[in-house]
Design a protein around this ligand. Structure first.
Ligand code: G3P
Length: 225
């Protein structure tokens, strides 16, 4: 499963890529706005820091197909490397995806709420579809189950588009989408940290160290001293 950082904060991106096997970064207009930086230089700086291979997903703002296409082409012209243009699955977004797919632009269909929206986006040429798990769950529909249904649909019709679970408010949601076969997830820095950090793990490590030092002395760590 691919793990991506859903943030435009350069410091957090650098920190998490240093710690974890991160596959890429996703952004959206809200995430960009939070940084209060000029858009294009910020995403170009993110791309520089993550390198050519890791994926960077950058979202368009327009709502008319022609404008979306123009935004997308401008983005791919200004950004080098493994860049995916994120386009919301509004009808005009699907129309834009059809054109951009034919132009060879890599696409992430975003703001996906239902499995059929994802299916339509995949047919239009999306390389990833991003269902918003927590936002769906806030509608009293299990967002993690929607991810499973999309994965199932793509298996039934042998669709190579990847499911990129997004919008998580707790680690259990991430676990459930992983169990449901999501090909990728994108999560905020604090959610990614929460995946790995556990008090009992920390307690166990401290216990190992304490027992070792009791037996071999306070300065017996690392063991090769
Ligand atoms: O990429 C979409 C994601 O950032 C939405 O997350 O937490 O605003 O629902 P959230």
């Amino acid at each position: 499963m691919e793990i991506l950082i859903d943030s435009a904060n350069i410091k957090e991106i650098i920190r998490l890529i240093d710690l974890y096997p991160i596959d890429g970064v996703t952004t959206n207009p809200t995430i960009i706005a939070k940084e209060k930086e000029t858009f294009l230089p910020l995403v170009q700086e993110i791309k520089r820091h993550i390198g050519y291979e890791k994926t960077l997903h950058v979202q368009t703002l327009s709502t008319e197909a022609n404008d979306i296409v123009n935004e997308a082409l401008h983005l791919t012209d200004q950004l080098d490397g493994n860049v995916y243009v994120k386009i919301p699955v509004i009808p005009e977004g699907i129309k834009a995806m059809k054109t951009l797919h034919q132009d060879g632009v890599k696409l992430t269909a975003t703001a996906v709420i239902t499995p059929l929206q994802a299916l339509m986006a995949a047919k239009a040429g999306a390389d990833y579809v991003a269902p918003y798990v927590n936002r769906v769950s806030n509608l009293s529909v299990d967002g993690t189950k929607v991810v499973g249904e999309i994965v199932n649909l793509f298996n039934i019709y042998q669709i190579s588009t990847k499911v990129l679970g997004a919008s998580f408010k707790n680690v259990d949601q991430i676990k459930q989408v992983a169990l449901n076969g999501s090909h990728a997830i994108t999560a905020s820095p604090d959610m990614i940290d929460a995946i790995q950090e556990h008090l009992l793990t920390e307690w166990s490590v401290n216990q190992f160290s304490s027992d070792w030092k009791k037996a071999f002395g306070e300065d017996a760590v690392p063991f090769f001293k």
